[in-house]
Ligand binder design. Structure first.
Ligand SMILES: *Cc1c(COP(=O)(O)O)cnc(C)c1O
Length: 460
């Protein structure tokens, strides 16, 4: 008998519904139209979103049925495995039991296809012929490119320039699926040209790429705009992860005390943790949820809760969320997928309600943890995921110091096979720990729209 390290479910166990945490929270503050200061209407949302996704975005229903064609594609890689990290535990000499839910088994190597498939499905149903989006590190762009190809739609992806240069193979992967990939800021859009006029060497940011994608999609009715993180519907689509994990913990005869996920816009963290929080809010066991974010882009730990734009040109509605200010251009750390100035409002709200805590970790300590994990467990993590590993290891070491055998679950949101340049630089000692000084944080905060500061204050 070998000690079990792998907890697998059957295709038939793929969840049939997505879970919506909004149903179990006090009402969210509505997104506002920046011109009127009034809540965004369905008609306004319909400019970029098909009806079923608008319904989901505004929904307070607990569960939404997953369309059968979407589950059919999920079946290609879902349910994803839950592993017990026995070798890492031994290496750390910790009494903690460590588990990880591995999303790197998806076709493009991260959790992103869980929502890409769903969004492409609804856009195709609505008669769209192509899709436009932005991508940071390229995982979302590849996931969209793959899903669009599977449904026979075109895809155009604005990719943050620094990642476009650091990760050329992500671009090739998108092109292999038939997508067009453009480095952002580009000269193709007014938003891109405006940035380049001020700073021709701008490394780009998710906020800038979002402005470009929205502008491009807005200019052509046959194109739909889709997004890889932060929105309520995206976070809900990811909850297949946590729902599966709950069933897998049944198989393991265990249950997590601590759930850790890395947080960019919050989707993999939400996907893993929300089903556990849902269970807790309905009388189940209490879990401690920890969001791990980069010290270079500390949205939850040093941001302000306020209404702000989700992009940097101010094309989106205003969302009440943790934000560093939409004018913030984060340092070019290698966890490109975590370089977002704002946080998904459901994750923000969960933090505000005390359901979740947040911790910022520096780049080199994350790569240290990633390498330690890779050598023990044989999987090379994405730099984004390494933030969750760092926090999980720190918690396991705390358990050791306290002699407490707690159960720790973390999300291994993706593999690092396209991130070898980053690992190469880490091994060469070329990576910096870019912690932000207070001046930079304060300067960025000034880009949060002032009239809305007051609104947010009034809402509190
Ligand atoms: C995109 C990405 C992230 C960050 O996005 P979230 O929406 O916060 O999950 C984290 N890990 C991987 C592997 C990613 O591709």
């Amino acid at each position: 008998m070998v000690d079990r390290i792998k907890f697998l479910l059957d295709e038939r166990d793929i969840p049939t519904t997505w879970y919506n945490l909004a149903a179990d929270l006090p009402p969210l503050h509505p997104p506002l139209n920046p011109d009127t200061g009034r809540p965004v209407t369905r008609d306004e949302m319909a400019r970029t979103m098909p009806e079923p996704l608008i319904d989901q975005e505004l929904s307070t229903e607990r569960e939404w049925e997953i369309p059968e064609p979407v589950r059919q594609i999920y079946a290609q890689w879902r349910p994803s495995p839950l592993f017990r990290a026995r070798r890492l535990e031994a290496e750390l000499d910790t009494p903690a039991r460590i588990y990880y839910k591995y999303e790197g088994v998806a076709p493009t190597g991260s959790h992103k296809p869980n929502t890409a498939v769903a969004q492409v499905f609804y856009n195709k149903q609505a008669g769209k012929r192509g899709l436009v989006t932005e991508t940071g590190a390229g995982q979302w762009g590849s996931a969209l490119a793959q899903s669009a190809a599977m449904f026979g739609l075109s895809a155009k992806v604005y990719m943050v320039k620094v990642s476009f240069t650091q990760k050329p193979y992500r671009r090739s992967l998108m092109e292999a699926f038939g997508a067009v990939c453009v480095p952002s800021p580009s000269t193709e859009t007014a938003a891109g040209r405006a940035v380049l006029a001020v700073d021709p060497d701008c490394p780009g940011s998710l906020g800038i790429a979002t402005s470009e994608a929205l502008e491009a999609a807005g200019a052509d009715d046959s194109l739909g705009y889709v997004l890889g993180s932060a929105s309520n519907h995206v976070l809900a689509h990811q909850t297949v992860i946590g729902q599966e994990a709950i069933r897998q913990f049944d198989l393991a005869g265990d249950y997590p005390d601590i759930v850790v996920g890395c947080a960019g816009g919050g989707s993999n963290l939400a996907g893993l943790s929300f089903p556990f929080l849902g269970a807790q809010l309905h009388g189940g066991e209490r879990v401690r949820v920890i969001a791990a974010e980069p010290a270079a882009c500390p949205t939850l730990t040093r941001g302000t809760i306020a209404y702000d734009y989700a992009d940097s040109a101010g094309l989106t509605p205003l969302f009440r969320m943790h934000t560093l200010g939409h004018g913030f251009v984060p340092p070019t750390v290698h966890a490109g997928g975590l370089r977002a100035h704002g946080m998904g409002q459901l994750v923000s709200r969960a933090v505000e309600e005390g359901l979740m805590e947040a911790r910022a970790v520096t780049q080199r300590r994350c790569f240290d943890a990633a390498v330690r994990f890779a050598r023990a467990e044989g999987i090379l993590p994405a730099p984004e995921s390494s933030h969750a590993i760092r926090v999980a290891i720190d918690e396991a070491l705390r358990c050791k110091a306290e002699g407490r055998p707690q159960t720790i679950l973390f999300g291994l949101s993706g593999h690092g096979h396209f991130d070898l340049t980053a690992y190469e630089r880490f091994f060469a000692g070329e990576l910096d720990d870019m912690e932000l000084d207070e001046e930079t944080v304060i300067a960025a905060r000034s880009s949060i729209p002032e009239q809305v500061w007051e609104l947010a204050g009034a809402a509190r």
